[in-house]
Design a protein around this ligand. Structure first.
Ligand SMILES: C[S@@+](CC[C@H](N)C(=O)[O-])C[C@H]1O[C@@H](n2cnc3c(N)ncnc32)[C@H](O)[C@@H]1O
Length: 229
C-alpha cells in the first residue's frame, strides 16, 4: 500500500526497528530466559502439573502435602503470599520470616538492588494463624529451630537472592522430610535465574544427596513446586 511507502512510515519503521527494537537488550534477554525455562521444563518437568498463577500453586502445595509438620515462608514483605498460605492451612499455624528491610544484597540478573522490597522494618498485618519472625534469617532461625523440633511439611522460598536462599537450606534442609513440598517464587524464567534460588537449591541437593521430583509450575513468571523424596 502506498501509504506504507510514504516518507513518514518509512521513517517511523526505521526509527522503531533500528533505533529502539534492534538495540533493546532486555526483550531478547527475557525471551532467552523464557526459552531456557521452556527447555528446562521439557527436559526435567514432564510429570509436573501446571497452574495459572502462584496463588493457585501455593494453595495446591498446602492441600496436596500429606505429611504433618511446620509451614514456613522465607520472604514475607507485604504478606500477600503468607495470606494465601495461612488461609489454605487454617487452623494450622504458618510461620513467616523476614527482616522487612528489603533485599540484603543486589539481585543480579534483574533491576532489583539491595534494599528493594523494604518495609522500613515494619511488618504487615497478617492472618490470625500466621506468626512473624522479624529479623535476618541467620539471626532468627537458630532460636526458632531450637524451639520447634518438628519436621517441615511446606516451605515457601521467596527471598530471591542466592545468599538468603543458601542460608535457608543450610539451616532448615535437614528438616525437609520425604513428602515435604517446597515452592520457589523465582526458580527460573528471568535473566539471572541460574544464579539465585535455583542455584542454592541445586547446590543443597548435590551436597546433601537428597532426591526430589517436580510437582508443578505456574505458567506465568517462575513459580515452581518440588516434592522431597
Ligand atoms: C520479594 S519479597 C517477598 C514477597 C512476598 N513473599 C509476597 O509475594 O507476598 C522478598 C523479601 O525477602 C526478604 N529477605 C530477603 N533475604 C532476607 C534475609 N536474609 N533475611 C530476612 N529477610 C530477607 C526481604 O526483606 C523481602 O521482604
Amino acid at each position: 500500500m502506498a501509504i506504507f511507502e510514504s516518507g513518514i512510515f518509512q521513517r517511523l519503521y526505521w526509527r522503531f526497528m533500528h533505533k529502539y527494537y534492534a538495540q533493546d537488550l532486555l526483550i531478547d534477554l527475557k525471551l532467552a530466559a523464557k526459552r531456557e525455562a521452556i527447555d528446562y521444563i521439557q527436559q526435567h518437568m514432564a510429570d509436573a502439573l501446571m497452574f495459572k498463577d502462584r496463588d493457585a500453586l501455593l494453595a495446591f502445595a498446602v492441600r496436596d502435602t500429606q505429611v504433618p509438620g511446620l509451614i514456613l515462608e522465607f520472604g514475607v514483605e507485604k504478606g500477600a503470599s503468607l495470606r494465601v498460605l495461612a488461609r489454605q492451612a487454617a487452623p494450622r499455624i504458618v510461620h513467616g520470616f523476614d527482616a522487612f528491610l528489603g533485599l540484603p544484597d543486589h539481585w543480579t540478573g534483574t533491576f532489583e538492588q539491595r534494599g528493594k522490597f523494604s518495609m522500613s522494618g515494619k511488618p504487615p498485618d497478617v492472618e490470625a494463624n500466621a506468626r512473624l519472625h522479624v529479623g535476618w534469617f541467620n539471626d532468627t532461625l537458630p532460636g526458632f529451630l531450637a524451639a520447634n523440633a518438628e519436621p517441615i511439611a511446606v516451605l515457601h522460598v521467596d527471598c530471591d537472592i542466592y545468599p538468603s536462599t543458601k542460608t535457608v537450606f543450610d539451616q532448615v534442609g535437614e528438616r525437609l522430610q520425604p513428602g515435604a513440598t517446597i515452592v520457589f517464587d523465582e526458580y527460573f524464567n528471568y535473566p539471572g535465574w541460574r544464579q539465585h534460588e535455583f542455584k542454592a537449591f541445586q547446590e543443597w541437593i548435590a551436597a546433601s544427596g537428597r532426591r526430589y521430583r517436580y510437582l508443578g509450575f505456574a505458567t506465568e513468571k517462575g513459580h515452581v513446586a518440588v516434592r522431597m523424596m
